[in-house]
Design a protein. Structure first.
Length: 313
């Protein structure tokens, strides 16, 4: 599963960098290109996992890919001077909550991914920033003016157009996708509970570790078999895409203005539509197009509105 850009993609609860607020056009361009690359990498990971899990058992795939991702993360951390694994006692609760939400959301997302069109699932996930904004206002007291509240409502209407409850388009896989999105919101809210001393790389490491371990545990419910060379190559490719996605997501938050770069996260839907058509022959229907337009439009509006009013309305 790709990890939607969130607070884990930057230093946990860190203060804004003043340089980013005065970014040059060149920095904004670099940030934009990094964001587009990050979204492409995450979406390519989804496409590869959707392909490989058609033949290889799901939990076995999660376990093997998880081990590969963990090895890549350790290699990168070592090249950057090492990884701090010790977590203060007060942060163990948030870490457990976040890791649990991450594991369950990953498994639900991949279950839905095997059955749903890539573009449909991606379109539902585009509502994640709106859901995070609303949840932060409800539980963390962040101010939310009526314009952004209205935009969030419009975005959720878009999700309903994609899901279409009460019709044949709304099935168990749609419910799993929606549940995965809500658990990602819980994951991101748990991230806000960490103290300043817990770095994003530490949080990401434990997330990768718990997802990998859950794959090995759940694999006991399936008939484990030796992957073919082609399947191992696909899993390694998926792990590489995830590593690129994580690294570029971190870099994106450190280059350019976040409010300028953030709208380009929605290019993931473009990648999902293209890959869905080229790899799986799927093309979104009219309802998905309409719902996606509402979700993406509402998301971009909330970003621009926050930038205009400084996050106070």
């Amino acid at each position: 599963m790709r990890a939607p850009l969130s607070s884990v993609d930057r230093p946990v609860r860190s203060a804004p960098v003043s340089a980013a607020l005065q970014a040059s056009p060149a920095d904004n361009l670099r940030g934009t290109l990094l964001m587009i690359l990050s979204m492409a990498a995450f979406t390519c990971n989804d496409a590869v996992m959707k392909t490989v899990t058609q033949s290889l058992p799901l939990y076995e795939s999660v376990a093997i890919r998880g081990a590969m991702v963990l090895a890549l993360m350790l290699a990168v951390a070592r090249a950057q001077g090492g990884l701090r694994l010790r977590v203060p006692r007060r942060d163990l609760g948030p870490l457990l909550l976040r890791s649990s939400a991450d594991v369950v959301s990953t498994l639900l997302y991949l279950l839905a991914l095997r059955q749903m069109a890539l573009a449909d699932l991606s379109a539902i996930m585009q509502a994640l920033p709106l859901a995070v904004t609303l949840t932060a206002a409800l539980f963390f007291g962040e101010r939310l003016g009526w314009r952004r509240l209205l935009a969030i409502g419009v975005g959720f209407v878009g999700v309903m157009l994609i899901l279409r409850p009460g019709t044949g388009a709304f099935d168990v896989w749609s419910i799993l996708a929606l549940a995965a999105m809500l658990l990602i919101v819980l994951r991101d809210m748990a991230t806000r509970l960490f103290s300043v001393g817990v770095g994003s790389s530490t949080v990401a490491f434990y997330a990768a570790l718990t997802v990998m371990l859950s794959g090995f545990v759940m694999a006991g419910s399936e008939a484990w078999r030796m992957p073919s060379g082609g399947e191992l190559a696909l899993l390694l490719l998926s792990a590489a895409f995830l590593a690129v996605g994580y690294l570029t997501a971190v870099a994106t938050m450190r280059v350019g203005e976040i409010s300028f770069v953030a709208p380009f996260r929605y290019t993931s839907l473009v990648w999902a539509i293209l890959l869905g058509l080229l790899v799986f022959g799927d093309w979104p229907d009219l309802w998905t197009w309409a719902g996606s337009a509402l979700v993406v439009g509402a998301g971009i509006y909330t970003i621009l509105r926050e930038r205009k009013v400084g996050g106070t309305s």
